[in-house]
Write a protein that binds this ligand. Structure first.
Ligand SMILES: [Zn+2]
Length: 93
């Protein structure tokens, strides 16, 4: 018997897909499997392993590099600069 999707089933399925799509592009800590928070430091080790700040404290091994986790809006912002010639700018006093 073919079962049609009821509205709550469809909503649940769409929500599940969107959550999976969001988490697919995110990095996870290899120690606790948590997604590091924006602003938190992530430490990268040889072999591609990465650990969050909390898990790093339990290891003596030095990371190859560390980086701050940026939010989803990082790189998508636009800085508006005044590119008019100097004499065309109105002075604000
Ligand atoms: Zn961790």
């Amino acid at each position: 018997m073919l079962r049609s999707l009821q509205s709550p089933d469809l909503e649940r399925q769409l929500l599940r897909r969107s959550v999976l799509a969001l988490s697919a592009g995110r990095d996870r800590c290899d120690g606790c499997h948590r997604t590091p928070l924006t602003g938190e430091r992530v430490h990268h080790y040889e072999g591609g392993r990465q650990l969050c700040e909390l898990c790093r404290r339990e290891r003596r091994e030095q990371p190859i590099r560390s980086q701050v986790v940026h939010g989803g809006e990082h790189g998508a912002t636009v800085r508006i600069t005044d590119q008019r010639p100097e004499r065309g700018r109105r002075r604000v006093a």
